[in-house]
Design a protein around this ligand. Structure first.
Ligand SMILES: Nc1ncnc2c1ncn2[C@@H]1O[C@H](COP(=O)(O)OP(=O)(O)OP(=O)(O)O)[C@@H](O)[C@H]1O
Length: 231
């Protein structure tokens, strides 16, 4: 479902190019649920941004399904992301002036639309336990509730690939546990492939597969040899 070949990414830091990612080859099968762990600064978010088409690699190929991300123009990548990828972030990124429901409608290109679409949105709010909170603004919701809304927004178009960057990072442990369970449940079918970047080892343990970024990223191994990073 996802294949990376020869992917490299470096950033300029104080005038020097620092290699952050160097992934000779990595494949993820359809329907896999994988937690990616590793030390701070080891390139986990950068990896998700590359796979999500937000950043471009300096070299290499990223293939999702049959599509080569690297060969796409920016507008095509944006359209591809909107259709096939769901992104969940630590800080929710809900629009404060809109209600929870309106924040979700945006993911479906705005407007309330047809009765079928309204039923779909209502069904999602019900399935995350927020049926009565649809018309609340983000400021009227707890952080856990805001993350539930952000999850609906990311998942309502049924993306084949779901990328979550520290989805429980700003939540207390009890809420984090609930959100982790919900995420695994909502993405449970084989139609969804799920990659989650996390520092939270308790969250990582809930996943069928857990990968240390150093297992796939040669740049971490070289940094470790230079004593700059644990892997
Ligand atoms: N736009 C950028 N310009 C320069 N350096 C960057 C940029 N984005 C990331 N970096 C650097 O790349 C490295 C990897 O960053 P990244 O955010 O991917 O790490 P991470 O493993 O997700 O870290 P954390 O667990 O702390 O979130 C860090 O050293 C970071 O400072």
């Amino acid at each position: 479902m996802l294949h990376l070949q020869g992917v490299k990414k470096q950033f300029q830091v104080t005038g020097k190019n620092i290699p952050i990612l160097d992934i000779p080859e990595w494949s993820v099968g359809q329907g896999e649920k994988i937690a990616i762990i590793g030390p701070s600064g080891s390139g986990k978010s950068t990896l998700l941004h590359l796979i999500g088409g937000i950043l471009r690699p300096d070299a290499g190929e990223i293939v999702i399904g049959e599509e080569r991300l690297s060969g796409m123009k920016e507008s095509r990548r944006d359209a591809f992301r909107a259709e096939h990828i769901g992104y969940i972030l630590q800080d929710f990124h809900l629009i404060p002036s809109l209600t929870a429901k309106q924040n979700v409608e945006i993911a479906l290109n705005g407007g309330s639309g047809t009765a079928e679409r309204r039923d779909k949105i209502d069904h999602w709010f019900e399935s995350v336990g927020l049926k009565d909170r649809r018309n609340h603004k983000p400021s009227q919701l707890s952080r856990g509730q805001q993350q539930r809304v952000a999850m609906i927004r990311a998942l309502i178009h049924e993306p084949a690939l779901v990328l979550a960057d520290e989805p429980t990072g700003s939540l207390d442990w009890e809420t984090a546990d609930e959100i982790a369970g919900l995420l695994l449940e909502l993405c449970g079918s084989d139609r969804h492939t799920l990659l989650v970047v996390t520092h939270d080892l308790k969250l990582a343990e809930r996943f069928p597969k857990c990968v240390r970024i150093g297992e796939i990223n040669e740049a971490n191994r070289r940094a470790a040899e230079l004593g700059r990073m644990a892997i």
